[in-house]
Design a binder for this molecule. Structure first.
Ligand SMILES: Cc1cc2nc3c(=O)[nH]c(=O)nc-3n(C[C@H](O)[C@H](O)[C@H](O)COP(=O)(O)O)c2cc1C
Length: 286
């Protein structure tokens, strides 16, 4: 189906967009109003937009239901400071609880059972239980409209980053396999980033990959190799030259066994290459 966004009701726009623009990281925002009352709420319309200057943006939208604004938005307009606490699996249920529409002045730290920890440069408190927290100054609030559902972009400069030691390796860099992040998708769906579902894609060849269009036709049109396989093969800088010393028993067997049947030989060779690529052995697959 093709959906023209103009023809969709706001609630349906939200449905379709949130299910495919996913998973989204969660900004668990701690703010205060001008009287100093604390508010804590999660926002998944959130991301990193610049490293230098360090800028993140999140969006407490106007409610689709009744076009009211969120306390978080009201607070950052009064006191332009926010702690963004990063949400990991161990705090996801409490985070969700804090998103209830408690009355203004109700402290969601207490409602959701979190501990306040003083930030070092700004007034809103941090969530002690969060393993990564960003102390931010609000640079600008950019309204995207006055209607229900309209995003209100809170553009923040990150001043200080707190990272729990348990996430760091010996070089004091973050070990991605240890972070156990959660992210929001459509409806009630969340995803959890565990070491089992992480994988790496090496950065594209800086010397320029040859490209899929430069692969030999038989490989490019293979019925066995997938787009992912072709992407790996096309990332080499030059079509590799097979070394005369290259020795592979399985390859020899395929060539011997299918010597009278070139079509089946090609299928077997491609299936073997696919298995090698799936285990990251790109030069062997070539
Ligand atoms: C994981 C999660 C992500 C959310 N993301 C957003 C969001 O990006 N924008 C938004 O307006 N509301 C979002 N909400 C809903 C708000 O958290 C909710 O409206 C909350 O009551 C706002 O609180 P406040 O009025 O105290 O600021 C999200 C809720 C959850 C549980």
């Amino acid at each position: 189906m093709i959906f023209n966004l103009q023809d969709l009701k706001p609630v349906d726009r939200q449905h379709y967009l949130q299910h495919v623009i996913a998973p989204r990281p969660i900004c668990f925002a701690s703010t205060i109003d001008k009287e100093g009352a604390v508010n804590l709420s999660p926002f998944s319309f959130f991301n990193l937009f610049s490293a230098n200057p360090p800028v993140v943006i999140f969006s407490p939208a106007r409610r689709v239901r009744d076009n009211t604004t969120k306390h978080t938005l009201q607070n950052v307009l009064e006191v332009p400071e926010v702690v963004i606490n990063i949400v990991t699996y161990d705090i996801v249920q409490q985070t969700s609880l804090s998103s209830c529409e408690y009355a203004k002045g109700v402290d969601e730290f207490e409602k959701a059972g979190f501990t306040k920890e003083a930030a070092t440069t700004i007034r809103p408190p941090m969530v002690k239980e969060s393993k990564a927290k960003l102390e931010c100054k609000v640079l600008e609030v950019k309204s995207l409209g006055e209607e229900g559902g309209a995003g209100q972009l809170v553009i923040c400069e990150v001043l200080v980053l707190h990272i729990d030691d348990s996430l760091l390796n010996e070089e004091k860099k973050i070990d991605q396999t240890k972070v156990d992040l959660v992210a929001r998708l459509g409806g009630d769906w969340y995803s959890r980033v565990t070491s089992e579902n992480l994988f790496q894609v090496p950065k594209p060849n800086t010397k320029l990959g040859i490209g899929i269009d430069a692969l030999p036709e038989g490989i490019r049109n293979s019925k066995i190799l997938t787009g992912n396989h072709l992407g790996m093969l096309g990332n080499v800088h030059d079509v590799p030259v097979i070394e005369p010393s290259f020795d592979d028993e399985h390859l020899k067997n395929i060539i011997q066994y299918y010597s009278l049947n070139p079509a089946d030989m090609e299928k077997e060779l491609h299936a073997y290459a696919a298995r090698l690529l799936d285990s990251g052995k790109i030069s062997e697959a070539w």
